[in-house]
Ligand binder design. Structure first.
Ligand code: NAD
Length: 515
């Protein structure tokens, strides 16, 4: 087992390896280029060209990263709360000062509009702010004199090395759902970001170092399935926090659990918006556009299906179509409404669902293929697409598309809408649009979904509530951030204590204490 990082080449984040800059691993407070020689391409989606390569870890790099984190853990866990808190506060200050830099970096690899990237950083920052309050949240309980002369109290201790595996669509926010809390609670973190947009993690690692976090407490291990499997099976890794697609989430949950780890694995989604006939259709059309096409539909909380309770469908489609005509698609650095998709491959997969839907009998109201854009010709473009009368048996309805494709399904009433939502495999987010308080109340009570909006299309809970869906959208019983996040990253101990003195000793007694 290698414990040394000396034999890993040291790299600058943008040092040239071959023709292109390489994004390396962050281990022991230093950036390391690829030793394995395994790499993957990183693209700028708005120009459609490869701009960097990312290192993909091999077994020895995985071992080096995890053992560095394991070495850093004991001292960090023992560091006083006050000192840990000041490091988290400093990280918060630095992130707030420099968030524009991070947003631009995200756009250059993900493609989303810069202001949207800034929004994701802001949501991550809110979890950092929650984490600064950890001394209060991690306070234990104390009960005095539970039996004569006996006190019981509890403490919460960090787990050790914790693993985070994140998706491409929020390269800063999703890791920040977990690592601020994990680090504040005294754990050391190994983050395996998406290989599609790996630089944000390195940027955040450098910020932690500047904030005064000891080397080894935050590690970034770049890689693919090999690196993930390394985390899932390594005995030093105590827990896995995963966010990504459902098949991988299920695999992560089963494999990590089999290796004795605590797991929270958040999966994919197919979020519906139920529109009742009394709703304000202009408000609904605006919100359907925002939630369907924001970040090019590459959000796990995006609305991808509008359930229009008749007779509103025709009027609503007219309003949505008119608004789509006003949307500007282009290079995210030029602040259009919508940017490109993350890769050509993903764009082609998303576009293929338009044909699937049409073949299955849907009407293509707006086809986003071949639209005019404010960006390079080779960018990974697909414009906002609207489908009507999508059959609920079509793969375009049952599968997660994860792109700017909004489907309309016409239903006859509230019950049919609720039934459809509840019969789906996913249960991440949903929303109802109505002015009928009774219907909204019934909806929130009957719907089998983890996060619900009432006239709010993307009901992402704030940092002090927890984030997570039901069914195939979350495997494991712990959601991300909020109090559940603190519980996930700590183990509780209950201590029963008696200070012996002759008055309360009680002598020999083989039964339970009676008083
Ligand atoms: P993905 O599942 O392809 O990848 C997620 C992570 O898993 C990446 O780090 C990737 O390297 C790794 N991975 C991929 N294949 C693997 C394998 N075979 N074995 C082990 N690890 C593997 O997801 P993505 O395309 O990066 O992200 C989009 C998906 O994430 C969508 O399904 C979206 O709904 C979901 N998502 C869910 C939430 C949520 O909160 N529920 C939030 C964001 C994204």
């Amino acid at each position: 087992m290698s414990h040394a990082t000396e034999n890993l080449p040291v790299a600058d984040p943008f040092v040239e390896q071959g023709d292109l800059p390489v994004v390396g691993h962050w281990i022991d407070g230093t950036l390391h280029a690829s030793r394995s020689g395994r790499t993957a391409p990183v693209f700028d989606p708005a120009i459609g060209r490869q701009t960097k390569v990312v290192a993909l870890a091999d077994e020895s790099e995985i071992e080096t990263a995890i053992s560095s984190a394991a070495r850093a853990f004991p001292a960090w866990a023992k560091t006083s709360m006050t000192k840990r808190q000041s490091v988290v506060f400093r990280f918060r200050e630095l992130l707030n000062e420099r968030k524009h830099e991070l947003a631009e970096l995200i756009t250059s690899e993900h493609g989303k509009v810069v202001s949207d990237a800034l929004g994701e950083v802001q949501r991550g920052l809110e979890v950092v702010e929650l984490a600064t309050g950890f001394p209060h949240i991690l306070k234990g309980d104390y009960s005095e004199n539970v039996s004569t002369g006996i006190d019981v109290y509890s403490t919460k201790q960090p787990l050790g090395v914790v693993g985070i595996v994140s998706p491409f669509n929020f390269p800063a926010m999703v890791p920040m759902w977990f690592f601020p809390i994990a680090i504040a609670a005294g754990n050391s973190v190994v983050l395996k970001p998406s290989e599609k947009d790996p630089s944000a993690s390195i940027w955040m690692a450098e910020l932690w170092k500047e904030a005064g976090l000891p080397d080894g407490v935050f590690t970034v291990l770049q890689g693919d399935k090999l690196a993930v499997d390394g985390l899932l099976t390594h005995p030093e890794v105590q827990s896995i926090s995963f966010v990504g697609s459902t098949p991988i989430a299920k695999y992560i949950y089963e494999t990590a659990a089999k290796h004795g780890k605590r797991v929270q694995a958040l999966g994919g989604a197919k979020n519906h918006m139920l529109v009742l006939p009394d709703a304000d259709l202009d408000l609904v059309a605006d919100q359907a556009i925002n939630s369907g096409f924001g970040s090019a539909g590459e959000r796990c909380m995006a609305i991808s299906v509008v359930l229009a309770v008749e007779p509103v469908a025709d009027e609503l489609i007219e309003k949505i179509t008119e608004r789509i005509g006003r949307l500007r698609v282009g290079d995210g650095r030029r602040e259009p409404d919508m940017g490109p998709l993350v890769t050509a491959q993903h764009r082609d997969k998303v576009a293929s669902y338009i044909d699937v839907a049409a073949e299955d009998g849907a009407t293509v109201v707006v086809d986003g293929r071949g639209i005019d854009v404010d960006g390079a010709a080779d960018g990974f473009w697909l414009g906002p697409t609207l489908l009507d009368r999508v059959p609920t048996t079509s793969r375009a309805y049952t599968e997660e598309i994860f792109g700017p494709v909004l489907s309309i399904v016409r239903v006859d009433g509230f019950e049919e809408g609720v039934e459809l939502i509840n019969s789906g495999a996913f249960g991440n987010g949903t929303a109802i649009f109505t002015n009928d308080g009774g219907a909204a109340r019934r909806f929130q009570n009957e719907i089998q979904v983890g996060m619900i909006g009432v006239n709010v299309p993307i009901p992402v809970p704030v940092a002090y509530f927890s984030f997570g869906g039901w069914k195939d959208s979350l495997f494991g019983d712990s959601k991300a951030y909020g109090i559940q996040g603190f519980d996930f990253f700590t183990r509780q101990k209950a201590i029963t204590s008696r200070w012996l003195d002759p008055a309360t000793h009680g002598g020999i007694n083989l039964g339970f204490p009676k008083n």
